[in-house]
Design a protein around this ligand. Structure first.
Ligand code: AMO
Length: 435
């Protein structure tokens, strides 16, 4: 066994090892997942990003004694010959001629990456790198990656332009109090709580825009569905209304489900997750219908009030899968949402739900400056703080509509995770700022 930097490179990933390579010399590199001794033979399970291979070291092998110096999660490079063998998990094993230790690790490790010993969520998140090496954690992030890719591909194919809007801003985009102030040279600034105003402005240039980016919410509550740093998919489309962008959203969601089912079957199996592809159109209920359903179930709420967590949980028991709640009270939705012409107390808005979980919200936007100023005032916001935004309404603002979809929550649904923290590499919440 020799120490060494990388002067030879891996020739294969573990997933490429199989009986058809019988007799071939290969170089694998990765992490020691386990070492077992059985009779006179030592077995190393080597893990890389693609999976696992068995390294078999018989007594007669020149590296036999050196295996004892290895520890769990050591980084090793193995040069050896593939041997076809039916009993091995891949139908083949590697008989090593050389094992190089590229790096060591501590013993005991704070968390067992093989997942045999359970750890609580805080231990998992405190030792996230080790935690993410567990197959059911790796699977979540492969699915997240594939979901982002599917979303991007879908929107680009439909003629959307991907944009990047500022995350350091001077005033609230949504109104409300959940902003993080930051010190910005001599001024106070805020972390952006949504791409809202900028994506609306960009609809007057590119017509169809999207962004996948973080936004920041100073959430006071500690729940399994709220974070302070949230990834959202934001979409805005000129010359569309809320019904148009609802169709776009349900087609996108259905495309993502299909893509994950097709491309992540191994990961879904690891997670024990069946993922039936939802049929479009998704069921639609008005806010008023939802209030009536909840009241009938004994939930105390009046028309116009927010839906409480308890009420959402009740909805999750009553309504399975994906559905929309449409036509919300204008007073409860942000200032930029268009009130209905026939009934201004209701607005052209929607939330996309998965059982109890809100996945997205959106609506038709107000594109007339006077009306927008009116709505800002009604919501006790100061139009002067929005001067930079309002002036763009003097330059030819088209009618437009859009939505924001919580990517972290979508990954919860795709993977069946019960806590949003499982779906984010390094979650940020009220209590957690590291690692
Ligand atoms: P909204 O505030 O509903 O809408 O956010 C859009 C979606 O983002 C997700 N989300 C969150 N996920 C986890 N933790 C949070 N603290 C959190 N806050 C929001 C949810 C939510 O549905 N500008 C509008 C969208 C639009 O109208 O285009 C907006 O931000 O899944």
């Amino acid at each position: 066994m020799s120490d060494g930097s990388v002067d030879i490179h891996k020739t294969h990933f573990t997933s490429e090892i199989g009986p058809e390579l019988d007799g071939k010399m290969v170089v694998l590199a990765g992490w020691v997942e386990s070492i077992r001794k059985l009779g006179g033979i030592k077995f190393i399970i080597l893990r890389d990003k693609e999976g696992r291979s068995q390294i078999t070291v018989p007594k007669s092998n020149s590296v036999f004694d050196e295996v004892d110096k290895l520890g769990k999660e050591y980084v090793i490079l193995v040069r050896g010959k593939v041997r076809k063998i039916e009993k091995a998990p891949q139908g083949a094993e590697i008989i090593p001629e050389e094992i190089r230790v590229l790096n060591t690790s501590v013993s005991p490790l704070p968390l067992d990456p093989s997942g045999k010993v359970d750890a609580n969520l805080d231990t998992q998140l405190d030792n996230r790198v080790l935690d993410l090496r567990r197959p059911e954690k790796t699977a979540i992030f492969i699915i997240r990656h594939e979901a982002s890719k599917a979303i991007r591909d879908f929107l680009i194919k439909r003629g959307f332009i991907e944009i990047n809007t500022p995350k350091i801003i001077a005033s609230a985009s949504e109104g409300g109090a959940d902003l993080f102030p930051i010190s910005y040279y001599e001024k106070e600034a805020f972390l952006s709580q949504s791409a809202q105003l900028y994506k609306e402005q960009m609809s007057s240039v590119f017509e169809k825009v999207f962004e996948i980016a973080p936004c920041y919410r100073a959430e006071l509550s500690r729940t399994v569905r709220h974070l302070s740093e949230v990834y959202t998919v934001d979409v805005e489309v000129a010359f569309n209304n809320y019904l148009d962008v609802m169709s776009l959203l349900e087609e996108l969601i259905s495309h993502v489900f299909k893509h994950i089912k097709k491309n992540c079957s191994e990961e879904l199996k690891t997670l024990n997750r069946e993922l039936p592809v939802p049929k479009t159109p998704f069921p639609r209920y008005t806010y008023t219908e939802i209030v009536e359903k909840l009241q009938a179930e004994g939930i105390e709420m009046n028309w116009g009030e927010d839906i409480s967590t308890q009420a959402y949980r009740k909805l999750g028991e009553m309504l399975r899968g994906l559905y929309f709640i449409v036509d919300w009270p204008t007073a409860g939705k942000p200032f930029y949402i268009m009130p209905r012409k026939d009934k201004p107390e209701i607005c052209e808005s929607f939330d996309l739900m998965y059982e109890w979980l809100e996945l997205a919200s959106g609506g038709t936007r107000i594109h007339k400056k006077d009306m927008l100023i009116e709505r800002l005032k009604e919501q006790k916001l100061n139009p002067e703080s929005f001067a930079f935004h309002l002036k763009t309404y003097d330059w030819g603002m088209p009618p437009h509509a859009g939505w924001g979809l919580g990517l972290d929550r979508l990954v919860m649904v795709l993977t069946g995770a019960e806590n949003i923290r499982d779906c984010v590499l390094y979650p940020r919440d009220r209590d957690r700022l590291t690692p």
